[in-house]
Design a protein around this ligand. Structure first.
Ligand SMILES: Nc1ncnc2c1ncn2[C@@H]1O[C@H](COP(=O)(O)OP(=O)(O)OP(=O)(O)O)[C@@H](O)[C@H]1O
Length: 236
């Protein structure tokens, strides 16, 4: 067993004839949170989709916990332990908060038992208060908490998040930050978070990876490189 939970090597991906990711190498270490940053359109979302299997790579390899992900469709990748909080949240509007959370349980595969884990309501108490409300009636902040809670219900070992603070008020941003730090520190969860809001990720992430033009141009530890310096380099 290596220290890397996810090993990406020489990954390329795109849309039709246009290539978006070029020869991406990235290792995510177990129990660490990595911020994936870069300007709009550099390919961050595409990289998350290539990991999740909702966009297929045209070249390169993806190994998760030692297993080749390439032949696995998205639902098998979810059952293997990859959770995804997509941009735009994709809450089921007709289902209640509790039912939305329960949809996340199917990603568990053989891991975990019982219903929605209680710690999700400890992390996001508001979800318990509104558990009977339809997803379509939630505020943006509530939807984001629900999207994260639903991914956590699958008890993933790797959690992918696409711009979780987008359009979210500061008190909910703080809760999201505390929740991500908590699942990393107590459950040893590995996290890859795409973010434009560098102050947020620099507060809790361990590592960062900066992309430009579909390539990783810099990687390091957030404790060693100031956010402002990295932001300047990748022109955020
Ligand atoms: N479904 C699609 N079909 C065609 N091109 C796409 C599609 N989705 C994204 N692209 C293009 O791929 C490139 C990378 O997009 P991607 O969403 O991965 O970037 P990003 O860094 O996540 O940016 P953002 O922060 O705006 O989401 C962009 O040029 C985008 O226009």
């Amino acid at each position: 067993m290596t220290d890397a939970l996810l090993e990406i090597a020489g990954l390329s991906a795109g849309y039709g004839g246009s290539r978006v990711l070029w020869d991406v190498d990235l290792n995510l270490m177990r129990g660490r949170a990595t911020a994936l940053i870069g300007r709009n359109g550099v390919g961050k979302t595409t990289l998350l989709h290539a990991i999740m299997g909702t966009r297929l790579a045209s070249a390169g390899s993806l190994r998760f916990d030692g297993t080749d992900l390439s032949p696995l469709p998205p639902e098998r990748r979810a059952r293997a332990g990859i959770g995804f909080v997509p941009q735009g949240r994709h809450i089921f509007p007709q289902l209640t908060v509790m039912e939305n959370l329960e949809t996340g349980l199917s990603a568990r595969g053989g891991r975990g038992t019982g219903g929605v884990p209680a710690h999700i309501f400890d992390l996001f108490p508001k979800l318990y208060d509104i558990r009977g409300r339809a997803g379509g009636f939630l505020s943006g902040g509530e939807q984001q908490q629900l999207a994260i809670g639903r991914a956590l219900a699958g008890e993933p070992s790797l959690l992918l998040l696409d711009e979780p603070t987008e359009g979210i008020q500061p008190n909910v941003v703080q809760q999201i930050e505390a929740a991500l730090a908590h699942v990393r520190d107590t459950l040893g969860m590995t996290i890859l978070v795409v973010e434009q809001y560098l102050d947020f990720v620099w507060r809790f992430a361990d590592d960062y990876v900066a992309m430009q033009g579909g390539r990783i141009v810099r990687a390091g530890k957030v404790a060693e490189d100031p956010a402002a310096e990295v932001a300047k380099l990748v022109q955020i």
